[in-house]
Ligand binder design. Sequence first.
Ligand SMILES: Cc1ncc(COP(=O)(O)O)c(C=O)c1O
Length: 440
Amino acid sequence: MLRRQAQRESAARTYARSLPIVPVRARGLTIEGADGRRYLDCLSGAGTLALGHNHPVVLEAIRKVLDSGAPLHVLDLATPVKDAFTTELFATLPAGLADDARIQFCGPAGTDAVEAALKLVRTATGRTGVVAFSGAYHGMTAGALDVSGGATDVRVARLPYPQDYRCPFGIGGERGAELAARWTETALDDPKSGVPAPAGMILEPVQGEGGVIPAPDGWLRRMREITAARSIPLIADEVQTGVGRTGTFWAVEHSGVVPDVMVLSKAIGGSLPLAVVVYRSELDAWEPGAHAGTFRGNQLAMAAGAATLAYVRENGLAARAGTLGTRMLGRLQGLAAAHPCIGDVRGRGLMIGVELVDPEAQGPDDLAPPPDPALATTVQRQCLDRGLIVELGGRHNAVVRLLPPLTLTDEQAAAVLDRFADALAAAERVHRARPSGPAR
Ligand SMILES: Cc1ncc(COP(=O)(O)O)c(C=O)c1O
């Protein structure tokens, strides 16, 4: 199967290259491959599987719809399944938004909800430009790519996202975040900055693909103040951070910020494709059909999603992700103390990143050693050899990412970290044994 896949599938395939396994069964944290091996899955469908694979409440919700004779596809018509999903979702939203929110069901991917959010604020404000942040990832369709890091579009002004370890101002900490906020404020107020009044500002409360970089709460609050004072809608992209992942139900709750627009996908579909935008009703100025799409009403995804949202809420899984995540970060920081190739350990809740660096290549003026993507790839491979699936991310693909399900037990967390520690040590040995030293 792997050989046929390599022959038939596109050169653009991704995970299939670094994780050459054929999953045939899965439950909770565990995936079983066609080779009979079991893997602990800390990729979780890129953060989609809040309850892990095939959680009983998700399966039951799907079966209930299938057995009920309800239609599986009805475009955007009202159904009891949709009504229940929307009710459950609204019950979880930050109060300041839920009180007066509208929802638009989008095509099933996060990127489509990003497109919808951009269209929404452009229509509502009559402006076209958007402010986005360095290192952002918002998806792969044209508008979403524009607001992601690396885009060359001129309608998007890119401003610095604060980060401690590789602070763009070379100082990190609160002061670095404060300077990032000042830069944003200046760019918006300076008539000659080249940043015309934007239709909106889009940000991730924790950058995921950008390398697991949590925005400081104070910086997020500043972004809220700055946008509110200038009537710029603030769009929070919670595609990856939502549904308890970071220790609160929505990641913006850490800072108390209430955005004008929230982009939601991944976990809200309970492992099936679903994406929505929720926003303040005053922005609801677009015309019927302004953002259409055939697959906006996947009933099974709504049922699975409603069951997932309710389970996370009723079982306090967000708080659990917070405590367990803090404990895991602590253990990884201990590991970092013994391994100079770990440059940084960071994250929030069960969204964890370990940045691998080449400590010997650090120049005298460098704030942090250069990232070591080759070592990260070896660690990922060594993890897989030990039955642990991890993701790589970050600007240079040198951040090992852990996105386990929120149902992770203490024992499973220990097993994940044991395997990771073992894999890291093995990867270091492999690299040291190379004639040219650490690969660059
Ligand atoms: C923050 C964020 N926004 C948007 C997307 C795009 O979602 P999708 O891949 O479903 O289009 C992603 C995907 O990883 C994401 O992490």
